[in-house]
Design a protein around this ligand. Structure first.
Ligand code: NDP
Ligand code: GDR
Length: 326
């Protein structure tokens, strides 16, 4: 039975990947950091099928011991400080988690078992101020946030350990991917949650930042499939994972409100404090290499994704309201 270790298993992608790997016959282990209260909501339904271990991206020894204990055949490094605005408020911590944390994972693999296959969660934020459209594996990086800068380091150290030590290390340059499990601070989930609350009468306004930003949004369930496919190849390599289609935040908002017959212009207001010091205005990926070499294509369209998220939040908010009334 192959054994996988997932860092960031309590996050959106971690939950989808754990479920996917269990279905494919893996023995699944997750790394979790110590917290005063456990936050395992996204993986609650899998708790009796996976094993969780405490370690932290900041602590080298904890990671070495973790790799020794678990003896994984594959490591998926999804843990990071992943929210772009926080990276301006906490640039050093973001660098420690999102950049140096990758080296700590790779060092542990190099020391304990260099035969382990390694996946690094790289990001389209590395393209930042884009130099060409669409972006593929050869597009120049120009990150626009401390988060993006940290991800560029994580990407290149992954490439470097492949080239220096022959480690089977792959980097997935993933464009935005969303789901009902997405954190509520990210724009898609912030919108779907607000639409549900407004529809059910418990909220009236939604405050947003830049409505003109354009993103290539896909479904997280499709993207974790690509992570696994990358580690099954004969040779390690890097792949852009994207839908190839982009929409503005304004389109997202209009479609999400429209799905429940609401006029977004009656509810959405701009809050200038949500504008970013340096914005990534447009991203659109070209995943032709993944299609050719991994036989990967996305299965969920933008509209299906928004509907899925709004419907899931409607159901959840309605359930919460019923519980309050009981
Ligand atoms: P989330 O923010 O949902 O999850 C991040 C995970 O990292 C959480 O499990 C969190 O644990 C964990 N973590 C953070 N810091 C540490 C630490 N010091 N030690 C151990 N664990 C830590 O992110 P996503 O699931 O959306 O993304 C997964 C990865 O993919 C991230 O690296 C992200 O940057 C990257 N990425 C995501 C994209 C997307 O659109 N979703 C696109 C491109 C890249 P806790 O629950 O304790 O906070
Ligand atoms: P992003 O995602 O920064 O692309 O990073 P996010 O959903 O936060 O922002 C997308 C775009 O929407 C604009 N926006 C707002 N964003 C938020 N969060 N809140 C708002 O109120 C709001 N109003 C407008 C933003 O300015 C931005 O242009 C995500 C993360 O998952 C990263 O970890 C990952 O690497 C990248 O996607 C690919």
């Amino acid at each position: 039975m192959p054994t996988a270790l997932i860092t960031g298993i309590t996050g959106q992608d971690g939950a989808y990947l754990a479920e996917y790997l269990l279905k494919h016959g893996y023995d699944v282990h997750g790394m979790v950091r110590r917290a005063s209260m456990a936050n395992f909501e996204r993986i609650e339904h899998l708790r009796d099928q996976i094993e969780l271990h405490q370690a932290d991206l900041l602590d080298q020894l904890s990671i070495i011991n973790l790799i020794k204990d678990v003896s994984p055949s594959e490591v998926y490094n999804l843990a990071a400080q992943s929210f772009v605005p926080t990276s301006w408020n906490q640039p050093l911590l973001t660098g420690e988690f999102t950049a140096l944390g990758v080296t700590r994972m790779l060092e542990a693999i190099r020391l304990v078992d260099p035969g382990i296959r390694f996946y690094q969660a790289s990001s389209s934020e590395m393209f930042g101020q884009v130099r060409e459209e669409p972006q593929d594996e050869d597009t120049h990086f120009w990150p626009r946030s401390p988060y993006g800068v940290a991800k560029v380091y994580g990407h290149w150290i992954t490439v470097n350990y492949r080239e220096s030590y022959g480690i089977f290390a792959c980097s997935g340059i993933m464009f935005n991917h969303e789901s009902p499990l997405r954190g509520k601070e990210f724009v898609t989930r912030k919108v779907s949650d607000a639409v549900a609350r407004i529809k059910l009468g418990v909220q009236d306004k939604l405050f947003l930042g830049n409505l003109d930003a354009r993103r290539d949004w896909g479904f997280a369930g499709d993207y974790v499939r690509a992570m696994h496919l990358m580690l099954q190849q004969k040779q390690p390599d890097d792949f852009v994972i994207a839908t190839g289609e982009q929409h503005s935040v304004r389109e997202l908002v209009a479609y999400a409100f429209g799905h429940v017959d609401l006029d977004w212009q009656e509810h959405v207001e701009i809050d200038d404090s949500l504008l970013r010091p340096a914005e990534v205005n447009t991203l659109r990926g070209d995943a032709s290499k993944a299609k050719q070499q991994l036989d990967w294509t996305p299965s969920v369209t933008f509209r299906e994704l928004v509907q899925m998220m709004v419907d899931a939040d409607l159901e959840r908010v309605a359930k919460e309201l019923r519980e309050v009334l009981l």
